[in-house]
Design a binder for this molecule. Structure first.
Ligand code: YH5
Length: 277
């Protein structure tokens, strides 16, 4: 199976790709502080690449439950200088974590290769036109609702079936919009409009989602369901639970892990791959 993302191409099966999270938000849960300094962001990206990151995901809008929205202009102001600088110096593909087609376009022009679309449940095609034009990679993530409302009362009759149906539907819509399946990665969107029980059911069903014939991406790093399952309040202290998820996900065929803790996740993935082989 091939994944095309701009000038990059990955062939699966292959060692799990680790995507390092680069938050360029002043309110980021993992960085804190009030100002974004491109040089600090670049240094963080370089540390992640040295630790084994295969991809860097740059995000300028917090999508934590209930987080405030930011304007197109502000989001572009945050991410574009960082992407432009990284594109010069960084050997790995860059993805832009955004819900906004205008931000995606600016990021692709600045050198990003992948659009990580947490709002792939969209109905208008502007985002997909942009992905088509740039022949970018595209992460289609499932979310129920919006980040502002999604955790109010997540409701499903069959969460696994609904996410699976969403994947089928998106692949068809994307193809109709001129985005080839070879550009697309599927993501169940852990924590995006899901209770702890929904997240656990999705994590137990990863093998089923492989049947779409596209790489799966999984983001569990530091998320609150890990805190609920373990009793660990501080996000930075949830790594052991995340590594347990990562190992099981690798065994279940997940191709890409989106994480804050790159070095540790790469190690877990290498061990899980050796056992799964
Ligand atoms: C994802 O799963 N997640 S941003 C709340 C937390 C911790 C972490 C402390 N972007 C994903 O990482 N993109 C995010 O509580 C994503 N898949 C894809 N494709 C949320 C996040 C987080 C939120």
């Amino acid at each position: 199976m091939r994944w095309r993302a701009g000038r990059f191409e990955f062939h699966f099966p292959r060692p799990t790709l680790v995507m390092g999270v680069l938050n360029v938000t002043p309110d980021s849960f993992s960085d804190g502080g009030q100002h974004i300094s491109p040089s600090v962001a670049l240094a963080h990206a370089e540390v992640m690449v040295a630790a084994g990151a295969d991809l860097i995901d740059v995000g300028g809008e917090s999508t934590r439950p209930g987080a405030a929205t930011v304007s197109v202009e502000e989001e572009i102001r945050r991410v574009v200088p960082v992407i432009a600088a990284l594109a010069q110096r960084c050997p790995v593909p860059l993805s832009i974590d955004t819900q906004k087609p205008e931000v995606a376009r600016a990021a692709l022009l600045a050198g990003a290769s992948i659009v990580n679309d947490i709002a792939a449940n969209r109905t208008d095609a502007a985002m997909w036109e942009c992905v088509r034009e740039f022949r970018a990679g595209y992460v289609a993530m499932h979310m129920q609702g919006t980040p502002q409302t999604m955790q109010a009362q997540p409701t499903y009759t069959d969460v696994v079936g609904e996410v699976d149906g969403f994947f089928t539907d998106r692949l068809a819509r994307l193809r109709a919009a001129g985005v080839a399946p070879e550009q697309v990665v599927l993501d169940p969107g852990i924590g995006f409009g899901k209770t702890v029980a929904h997240n656990v059911r999705l994590l137990a069903a990863l093998r089923q989602f492989c049947r779409h014939g596209r790489p799966l991406l999984l983001g569990v790093s530091r998320k609150s369901f890990l805190g609920v399952l373990t009793g660990v309040g501080r996000p930075e202290e949830r790594l052991p639970g995340a590594l347990a998820c990562a190992a099981l996900a690798v065994r279940d065929g997940v191709g890409i892990l989106r994480v804050h803790d790159v070095r540790e996740t790469v190690q877990a993935a290498r061990v899980a791959e050796a056992i799964s082989a």
